[in-house]
Design a protein around this ligand. Structure first.
Ligand code: 1GP
Length: 249
């Protein structure tokens, strides 16, 4: 089994304590801009580029975006799919994710069943991920028909996360949704992490080092930001600000 990205992530976590990943959406900002941002993000210290977006509709934009990013950086490019169409042969790996608190079996297991043959035929490394929406979840909460876990019910998030880990998922992602007004609360991260042995990913609404540092202090292993780099022309500095605040503890 090809496990090189999984090994890279675990090695980076051992060496740095916590890491940052940058989420880019080729359909929103265009493949060329994605590659430019990816280069700056790598220089700023991000550990991987995630490619996806909850409204991604064009396979061409996805393929072109992934190809350009791959050509431009040395860090792994990981697909962050929103549906069966979000698979590109040019990536290094794919978060093989189940939206654990969706109302629809489609997002829990059917989309995965519909896309696994393509993923295997492309030889993509699969990273099994339990994905949990916190709060309304913005676009992904709407599209995924999630029963978002209220911000003040950390025990519910912990139960879903632990169930995902016990089912064999190798990563758990607490998602407040891109552009969320408030990130996942540190108290929730802390309770979830207290029961997990697999890496905990946190994203949605993180815009600065303070948010990222608080998430990591509470127990997040991987912090994801998307919007932040699309809103600035100082990508390298912004990413560096986040990375230095999570890696200094
Ligand atoms: C969304 O968690 C990611 O899937 C990133 O969210 O765009 O708010 O950083 P932001």
């Amino acid at each position: 089994m090809n496990r090189s990205v999984d090994e890279y992530i675990h090695k980076s976590l051992r060496e740095n304590g916590a890491i940052h990943m940058t989420l880019l959406d080729p359909q929103k900002i265009g493949p060329e801009r994605c590659a430019e941002i990816a280069v700056e993000a790598e220089k700023g210290g991000t550990s991987a580029i995630m490619v996806g977006g909850s409204t991604l509709a064009s396979r061409n934009d996805l393929d072109e975006g992934v190809r350009r990013i791959k050509d431009a950086v040395n860090i792994p490019v990981i697909l962050f799919p929103n549906d069966v169409g979000s698979v590109s042969r040019h990536a290094d790996a794919i978060w093989f994710m189940s939206l654990l608190n969706s109302r629809l079996t489609y997002y829990v297991i059917d989309a995965q069943a519909m896309s696994i043959y393509t993923i295997k035929s492309y030889g993509l490394e699969t990273l099994p991920l339990g994905y949990i929406i916190i709060g309304p979840g913005g676009t992904v909460g709407f599209i995924g028909q999630a029963r978002g876990i209220p911000y003040d019910r950390p025990e519910l998030a912990m139960s879903y996360a632990l169930a995902g880990q016990t089912l064999g998922m190798r990563y758990i992602y607490l998602e407040a949704g891109s552009g969320a007004k408030a990130p996942v609360p540190p108290a929730m991260i802390k309770l979830v992490k207290s029961q997990l042995s697999v890496p905990l990913i946190v994203g949605g609404g993180i815009r600065e080092g303070g948010d990222a540092g608080a998430a990591v202090e509470a127990g997040a292993d991987i912090v994801v930001t998307g919007n932040m780099v699309e809103e600035t022309d100082r990508v390298r500095e912004s990413i560096y600000g986040i990375v230095s605040s999570i890696q200094s503890g």
